[in-house]
Design a protein around this ligand. Structure first.
Ligand code: ZN
Length: 461
């Protein structure tokens, strides 16, 4: 559905319906509660609301899911941001001595905004995006997701469409949430390649040997460069855009290419010539990566590193609405990342309208069955399921579920480890060898040989 179907003026009327019947509070709470890892983990989390007329309210916090629901339904925020987990409840920060109230933990987050690519995209500028330049976001997700998983070992990454012109990544692993500001900076710097602002002509300089991370990133770009950059963006098409590319190669190569481009118009052939010309240089002068540097300058992810570096930096929440486009910030399915179309993401007006549609016979049957269960939460579940939001909530649910499973597995592994370690040595009372596997279950109860209770906290047999 095109954005034109959404009228920003209708937002105050739609938000109460959205927060009352569609916002996935249950999964949202489960996510941010992280299984109650530490005391007050959810309670000490900062939320901030943007209300009508850009009134910005920081340091909101809630005791539990029900309080959060009530508060959000009362205030109907135009936008919700998520901040850090603090040392104290954020809504009481005024009552705490200054310096004591501190941001302790937060997901490691990344913010990629299409406006940062304005010097290298020809189809749109500023807040506008189209299916052509969206490829840049797909490339960014692929490169960063691989690096965060393979190079850093993170597992719980949630990619979210910002609602307008970019994507966010929430790295939710415990190790990521506990990162210090210095640790976050280090990760952000590792992932940053584009240097210099508007005045810097050449923004990427590779040195020999090329870091394996850059090699991996280049693989992602190389697969898409011809279609995206040469054909769709036509970066070697007009004189102006060709000059911008030529400004990135050494003088001697440039002269040769200018002459060649006079007779050859096909951008793919032009690029082949450029690659061949710089490769000649590469043999004469080891470590010259002119063509790779151009590819990276045009396609490598451009991170807003300040968002990633600060523990207390706020970032727009998943399932918040973008007030200008009306689109919901939805999770992106990595398995179908090439198919993700930002223009397919439902607007608040669409899903509210879908809710108003007459129920099908099947839905009516379900509703009756659920009402007999007398469970308000279940009724809400059915509501979003009747809208285009359903598949995104499902993705979110899967993400939370996987994290919970991992946590359970980790806990089991840890308890299993302590039993196994101890189980493999002899019983301290009898010097008998450890019991067989089936007896390991008894680890926490008495010694199977002597019937003596386990020593202290640690099971010994
Ligand atoms: Zn575009």
């Amino acid at each position: 559905m095109p954005t034109t179907d959404y009228d920003p003026g209708s937002l105050p009327d739609l938000l109460p319906l959205y927060y009352k019947r569609l916002f996935p509070f249950s999964q949202y709470f489960r996510w941010l509660n992280y299984g109650g890892v530490t005391k007050n983990y959810f309670q000490n989390r900062e939320f901030s609301f943007t209300l009508k007329d850009d009134i910005y309210v920081r340091y909101q916090s809630f005791s539990n899911q029900s309080e959060m629901e009530k508060e959000i339904q009362k205030m109907n925020p135009y936008k919700i941001d998520i901040g850090a987990v603090y040392s104290h409840r954020p809504n009481q920060h005024n009552t705490i001595k200054s310096g004591v109230f501190q941001a302790l933990e937060k997901e490691l987050v990344f913010d990629i905004d299409m406006t940062d690519y304005d010097d290298v995209r020809r189809c749109c500028s500023a807040a506008d995006i189209c299916s052509k330049c969206w490829t840049l976001m797909t490339i960014a997700i692929r490169i960063l997701d691989r690096a965060l998983r393979e190079d850093f070992g993170f597992r719980h990454l949630m990619w979210v469409f910002s609602g307008r012109r970019g994507v966010h990544c929430w790295v939710c692993d415990e190790a990521a949430r506990k990162l210090s500001a210095a640790g976050r900076s280090a990760v952000a710097e590792y992932l940053s390649l584009i240097r210099g602002g508007e005045d810097t002509v050449k923004k990427v300089q590779l040195s020999d040997p090329v870091h394996p991370f850059i090699k991996e990133s280049l693989k992602v770009i190389e697969q898409r460069f011809e279609k995206y950059a040469l054909v769709e963006q036509d970066i070697l098409g007009s004189k102006e855009s060709t000059d911008k590319v030529l400004a990135l190669v050494p003088d001697e190569v440039r002269k040769e290419l200018v002459a060649f481009f006079l007779i050859e118009r096909n951008p793919v052939v032009r690029w082949k010539k450029l690659t061949a010309a710089v490769q000649v240089m590469a043999t004469a002068k080891r470590g010259f990566y002119g063509d790779k540097e151009i590819m990276l300058q045009y396609c490598y992810p451009r991170l807003d590193v300040n968002v990633s570096k600060g523990v207390n930096h706020l970032l727009k929440s998943p399932f918040s609405v973008h007030p200008k486009t009306g689109r919901i910030s939805v999770p992106i399915d990595l398995k179908a990342i090439d198919k993700f179309d930002p223009f397919d993401v439902p607007t608040i007006s669409l899903i509210c309208e879908e809710l108003d549609r007459p129920k099908t016979a099947e839905e009516k049957g379900e509703a009756t069955a659920i009402q007999t269960e007398n469970n308000g939460e279940q009724r809400k579940v059915r509501d979003y399921k009747r809208t285009s939001l359903a598949k995104y909530v499902k993705l979110f649910d899967q993400f939370v579920e996987e994290m919970e499973q991992c946590r359970k597995g980790e806990l089991l592994r840890k308890s299993g480890e302590s039993e196994l370690v101890l189980g493999s040595s002899a019983c301290p009372y009898t010097d008998k060898p450890p019991p067989g596997e089936s007896e390991l279950v008894l680890g926490s109860s008495a010694c199977p040989y002597t019937d003596k209770p386990p020593l202290g906290k640690t099971p010994l047999c």
